[in-house]
Design a protein around this ligand. Structure first.
Ligand SMILES: [Ca+2]
Ligand SMILES: [Ca+2]
Length: 509
């Protein structure tokens, strides 16, 4: 019982809390006179109700093409009437699409004191504006590799937009976001409330309404009252299509700011509805009574109908479970959408890939009309991808062969080294043990020859002392020749043998 009381207190506190939050919520009112959306965005005569467009802009039933993908196009659309509320929230759904890897120039959202031009220098509208310009800048004029970029620039009418620096020094705040060629429309949510500007961005990778992320937030932003909303776009040497699918505006009101007249009107309407409901209820009761009169056999509904049976409860629980499963599947499907979107993007890059890249462009003036733009295809094609794959495979197999060969070499070298380790000398030589033995044999042979020669010389000396020859160098010429011939034969034999051994060894290596 105590727990029940405790629980009830909590519920009460929660309700009070909710009421308190409710009281603090900002009141939003949809402003159809400052919005456009499909279907029937443009009327049959091409006009967009409450809006004025010009330059190269074209409106259809589905969207407004602010600037088409042709060179040097400029267009804009502006609200006819000044805005009669101070705080607002705007949601723009747009697409910037082009065949090139790079596009130009970009799209701008405006809130300015006066309507801007339809063919101005700043993304298709006027420079030196008074108020806010939110730029979706596609082209990287200052070559800092930081485009597409989203930035807010507040101007008091004195500044000229710095195209060469992409407005870097003038921006209030910004964020680096790619908004070109997305699978779903990209969106921006621009809120101006109590002098705080907040821009949320939806990157168009899903079609979910929930996926906005913070782009910028700036406080103490003072914008003129009674301004105009506008959207403009421009192309340069490079050209994207700049389409706006919807422009939705809400006025924001502080709690309690809503005029009392409106509340009174609301009360009146509620009373009217109440009365209608009571009349309907009376009619229904009357019909029920008539039905009973006509069908006296049918029983009155019994008390049992007010309670659910076990089966009913089970069914209800199954139903709830299924609902949960459905929610989870929906969430999964959302994620899948995202993955599919990315895949499509990648596939289109690989297959279509004929991005036109022109180094000049953007804010730069285009060459004279009538010339076709130089199209340099710099993206990779399918057959090129295949060729790269084949090359890689070949390189791989060659690398494998080389590896095997090196392994073989290594095992052989190891075998040789181990053989040499067994040899009596520690020296690492190309010659094996057998050669060593042969050399020592040869050395022995030579020694024997030397000894023989010494003996012969000795005998000759003895003969000379006998008186036959007076000089010590007097060796018989024949003996000398024989000696030299014998040494020559031995050396030739050895060198021949060595050569044959070496050639064998080379074969082995
Ligand atoms: Ca730029
Ligand atoms: Ca830049």
């Amino acid at each position: 019982m105590g727990g029940f009381v405790f629980c009830r207190t909590h519920v009460l506190l929660l309700i009070i809390g909710l009421v308190f939050i409710e009281a603090n919520l900002v009141h939003r009112k949809f402003e159809y006179k400052y919005s456009f959306k499909p279907p029937y965005l443009a009327q049959k005569d091409g006009s967009v109700p409450f809006w004025e467009y010009g330059g190269n802009a074209i409106a259809s039933a589905e969207n407004v093409r602010i600037a088409p993908s042709l060179r040097s196009q400029k267009g804009a659309i502006w609200t006819k009437n000044p805005i009669n509320f101070d705080n607002w929230d705007v949601d723009i759904s747009f697409r910037v699409t082009g065949r090139g890897r790079i596009g130009a120039d970009g799209l701008a959202f405006w809130y300015t004191q006066n309507k801007g031009a339809y063919d101005g220098n700043v993304f298709g509208s006027s420079d030196q504006w008074v108020g806010l310009g939110l730029f979706f800048d596609s082209f990287d004029n200052d070559n800092k590799h930081n485009n597409p970029y989203i930035m807010a620039v507040v101007n008091d009418g004195t500044k000229e937009f710095d195209h060469a620096q992409d407005g870097t020094t003038q921006q209030l705040a910004g964020c680096l976001r790619d908004f070109r060629n997305k699978p779903f429309p990209t969106r921006a949510r621009i809120e101006y409330y109590e002098n705080t500007l907040t821009v949320l961005f939806h990157n168009g990778m899903t079609n979910s309404d929930q996926d906005y992320e913070m782009c910028l937030r700036a406080e103490n932003v003072v914008l003129p009252k009674g301004g105009h909303f506008g959207i403009s776009a421009a192309t340069g040497g490079l050209a994207d299509d700049h389409d706006v699918n919807h422009f939705l505006a809400w006025s924001l009101h502080k709690p309690g700011q809503i005029k009392t007249g409106q509340t009174a009107a609301g009360d009146e309407q509620q009373q009217k509805l109440q009365q209608e409901y009571q009349e309907y209820q009376k009619k229904l009761d009357q019909q029920k009574a008539e039905y009973r009169k006509d069908h006296p056999d049918e029983k009155e509904p019994e008390m049992e109908d007010w309670f659910e049976s076990d089966n009913q409860r089970e069914l209800r629980q199954i139903f709830q479970g299924q609902n949960q499963i459905y929610e989870i599947i929906k969430e999964l499907s959302k994620k899948l959408d995202e993955v599919v979107g990315r895949q499509e993007r990648t596939m289109s890059l690989i297959t279509q890939g004929s991005g036109a890249v022109v180094p000049q462009g953007g804010g730069a003036p285009p060459p004279p009309q009538g010339q076709t733009p130089p199209i340099a295809s710099d993206t990779i094609r399918r057959h090129e991808v295949d060729a790269v794959f084949n090359n890689q495979n070949q390189i791989l197999s060659t690398a494998r062969e080389i590896r095997q060969f090196i392994l073989e070499l290594k095992t052989r070298a190891d075998a040789i080294l181990s053989n040499q380790a067994k040899a009596p000398t520690a020296q690492v030589q190309a010659m094996g043990y057998d050669t060593q033995a042969l050399i020592s044999e040869l050395r022995d042979g030579l020694n024997q020859v030397k000894q023989g020669t010494a003996q012969i010389t000795h005998k000759m000396e003895q003969q000379q002392q006998g008186g036959a020859c007076p000089a010590p160098s007097c060796i018989s010429f024949t003996a000398m020749l024989m000696l030299v011939a014998a040494q020559l034969v031995i050396f030739l034999g050895y060198s021949f043998y060595r050569d044959s051994r070496e050639s064998q060894a080379k074969k082995f290596y």
